[in-house]
Design a protein around this ligand. Structure first.
Ligand code: FES
Length: 105
């Protein structure tokens, strides 16, 4: 699947990643060496994997209650916000574009 990532400094890159490894979007971004703390290890508890979608958000799976609850605590979250650890890397991400927003501490 191919999608576009904007880093915190505004640089954009199109990534192509295999969907058959059972990874989350958070794990995939880390594999591509994006700087994401993921302090909670993908349990929707730390929000350091916060991303905001510019494109393709409506193709994704619904947020779980845990994801809603965590996003509710973020002052900078909006309608386009998701937790990358709660998104499975699959074909729903094709053509999507998002920006990395999670804190680095
Ligand atoms: Fe902690 Fe996603 S890695 S909320």
């Amino acid at each position: 699947v191919k999608f576009t990532v904007e880093d915190r400094d505004g640089s954009k890159q199109e990534l192509e990643a295999p969907t058959d490894m059972g990874l989350s979007l958070m794990e995939t971004l880390k594999a591509f060496e994006y700087n994401i703390m993921a302090t909670c290890g993908g349990m929707a508890l730390c929000a350091t994997c916060h991303v905001k979608f510019q494109k393709g958000q409506d193709q994704l799976s619904e947020k779980t209650d845990a994801e809603w609850d965590m996003l509710d605590t973020l002052p900078d979250a909006d309608d386009t916000s998701r937790l990358a650890c709660q998104i499975r890397l699959d074909d729903h991400l094709e053509g999507a574009e998002f920006k990395i927003c999670g804190d680095l501490e």
